[in-house]
Ligand binder design. Structure first.
Ligand SMILES: NC(=O)C1=CN([C@@H]2O[C@H](COP(=O)(O)OP(=O)(O)OC[C@H]3O[C@@H](n4cnc5c(N)ncnc54)[C@H](O)[C@@H]3O)[C@@H](O)[C@H]2O)C=CC1
Ligand SMILES: Cc1cc2nc3c(=O)[nH]c(=O)nc-3n(C[C@H](O)[C@H](O)[C@H](O)COP(=O)(O)O)c2cc1C
Length: 179
């Protein structure tokens, strides 16, 4: 038999773990907290996201996983640009506000914003803001994976970071206390 005829994908599908087991396990995987924003022809929108990570530095690319059932989904897709604002320890209330069910006006009124290149809102006081154009989109289950090329960066090196772990927030100190 030639190698080309070998069936390397098993016809027997292994059973998948239940959704709640997966969520309980993912709750133990700490992650940075971000507010992802956009502005453009379809208007302004933003949402809290932990499903963000670096893909490659050539070209500088990160990914954002966005639930297609969210009110913000069609706005991001149509605008084609976004800004990933990584939150500091001062931003816990803002994270909850952008985490759903609040109108866009109220979400954005709670903080100060500027713009970098794309026009997507950059959060003042963010640990870092990555201004991006959406280069491609892959659909996986309930989410779209947005592959985003970074066109501008703004950093603040002297603020403490924020991590979401065990369904709660933890501060990340920029410099450990002396002693
Ligand atoms: N990737 C996502 O879409 C995430 C969505 N959320 C949203 O925030 C709500 C509160 O989250 P938690 O307090 O952490 O409790 P939870 O029990 O609903 O979620 C636990 C963990 O599972 C993962 N998760 C939750 N919903 C998910 C989804 N639809 N797709 C993929 N992964 C998901 C995340 O890592 C989350 O921290 C969730 O119910 C969900 O709506 C939270 C974190 C990530
Ligand atoms: C801590 C936290 C992390 C979240 N991470 C994501 C994420 O990575 N991707 C996502 O699509 N939604 C995520 N969400 C949910 C969105 O923020 C929420 O669905 C979004 O604000 C849209 O809500 P709306 O449909 O009420 O406008 C997260 C929520 C919280 C509180």
């Amino acid at each position: 038999m030639s190698l080309a005829n070998l069936n390397i994908v098993s016809p027997v599908q292994p059973l998948l773990v239940p959704k709640q087991d997966y969520r309980d396990a993912m709750a133990r995987l700490g992650a940075a907290v971000n507010i992802v924003t956009t502005d453009g022809p379809q208007g302004r929108a933003g949402f809290t996201a932990t499903a963000v990570c670096s893909v490659t530095d050539e070209p500088p690319t990160l990914l954002v996983c966005l639930n297609r059932s969210g009110s913000v989904y069609p706005i991001f897709k149509a605008n084609g640009t976004l800004c990933v604002n990584t939150l500091s320890s001062e931003h816990k209330a803002l994270s909850n506000l952008f985490g759903g069910k609040t109108g866009m006006q109220d979400r954005f009124a709670a903080a100060c914003w500027s713009t970098l290149i794309t026009g997507s809102p950059a959060l003042e006081g963010a640990v870092v803001s990555f201004d991006c154009r959406i280069a491609s989109i892959n659909t996986v289950g309930t989410h779209d994976v947005l592959l985003c090329e970074v066109v501008a960066i703004e950093r603040q090196d002297d603020v403490d970071g924020l991590v979401y772990f065990n369904r709660g927030y933890q501060d990340l100190l920029t410099s450990a206390p002396c002693g």
